[in-house]
Design a protein around this ligand. Structure first.
Ligand code: KG4
Ligand code: ZN
Length: 347
């Protein structure tokens, strides 16, 4: 068949992923997470993540090959996330991919992690539309991208200048005693709270940051969540100082509303101003029920078609790396060789 069989490796954070695709068809997506080992620290510890990747890589590779029912000989191309991510963690996947490329003689493609979060969209709904924006929200990143050509022309329109959205969820969950990772816990408890109970700050939405459509401010499409996190901390302290019970559900719902309001409004604004008729949502926070609800409503009002891949493809995984590499192969992109390093590079 003309569709390339591609094996992709992902190790930029705490997930060891090996995915196999044939063109836009998903054959396997094996993921091993070291999250359990980070829970007691309340965040991902890079050194622990790197060691976990070393342990998990070969078993995850075997599992993906088993599931897909293919052997390494069958594979047309190899791919690996080269960045951005934790450098020690990235190095494990990159070294493994280079070793596989050397041993098998297969071409190897270095893949940008952020663009892979977009490229994975082809596995759920087929070829991506032209005129595409992407909103990526996870524990490691919060970005708005403009995708003119998946394989060669992706522009970073905006990004967080401090914490990522998922990181803010995790930090606020910790303040509220909800455990780690905090996103799912806040999502759940917020359903029983009033999102209008407390008006928390919407980062980088003041006119001095936004500017106007004709004269955009420097942070028009950027995000900031550290002020929000501090505001939640002050709020909790005030209840404690007064000896009052902390209204956890109301605070969670109000915090969540602040995050979701900002990311959805800026993503829709970017699409309108850039003339993008489609928006793809990616990253672990894409699982958030309020985010899905508000983004769907705002996209519908703005006439923007929204695509959200299934949850297992939104969180970090190897199939996204393979899916993007397959697009690069089909667009005639050249392999990367084996001399590339890890990079914190933008798309
Ligand atoms: O993409 P991901 O699995 O890993 C990276 O960070 O790259 O995303 C994990 C993040 C965590 O911060 C977690 O709290 C958040 O996604 N998350 C959520 C939800 N599920 C996971 N945040 C809000 N609501 C959720 N339902
Ligand atoms: Zn990611």
């Amino acid at each position: 068949s003309a569709e390339p069989l591609v094996l992709g490796i992902e190790s930029s954070c705490d997930e060891t992923g090996v995915g196999i695709v044939r063109g836009t068809e998903l054959l396997a997506n094996a993921v091993s997470s070291s999250m359990d080992e980070h829970v007691r620290f309340g965040g991902v510890i890079p050194e622990i993540a790197s060691r976990a990747h070393l342990d998990a890589l070969i078993p995850t590779l075997r599992s993906a090959l088993d599931t897909a029912g293919v052997s390494l000989d069958d594979v047309d191309a190899l791919a690996v996330t080269s960045g951005p991510g934790l450098s020690g963690a990235l190095m494990v996947g990159v070294a493994a991919a280079k070793a596989l490329a050397l041993a098998t003689g297969k071409p190897l493609y270095a893949i940008n992690h952020l663009v892979a979060h977009v490229g994975v969209g082809v596995l759920d709904g087929g070829a991506l539309p032209r005129s595409l924006g992407a909103l990526l929200v996870s524990g490691g990143h919060t970005e708005i991208l403009r995708v003119d050509a998946l394989a060669s022309d992706v522009t970073l329109l905006g990004a967080t200048i401090d914490d990522a959205a998922g990181e803010a969820y995790d930090k606020v969950a910790r303040l509220l005693g909800l455990g780690y990772p905090g996103g799912p816990a806040i999502d759940r408890i917020a359903r029983g709270g009033n999102p209008k109970a407390i008006r928390f700050p919407r980062g980088l939405t003041l006119p001095k940051f936004m500017g106007t459509a004709d004269s955009p401010g420097r942070h028009r499409y950027d995000f900031s969540f550290s002020g929000l996190k501090t505001a939640v901390a002050r709020c909790v302290e005030q209840y404690e100082a007064r000896g009052e019970e902390i209204p956890v559900a109301d605070i969670a719902a109000s915090f969540q509303e602040a995050v979701v309001d900002v990311v959805t409004s800026k993503a829709v604004l970017a699409c309108r101003e850039q003339g993008l008729e489609n928006l793809l949502l990616g990253g672990g926070v894409a699982a958030n029920s309020r985010l899905r609800e508000l983004l769907a409503a705002r996209c519908a009002s703005a006439g923007i078609a929204l695509r959200i891949p299934r949850p297992g493809l939104c969180t970090d995984n190897g199939a996204m790396v393979a899916a993007l590499a397959a697009q690069v192969v089909m667009a005639g992109g050249r392999p990367s060789g084996i001399a590339f390093g890890t990079d914190s590079g933008q798309p």
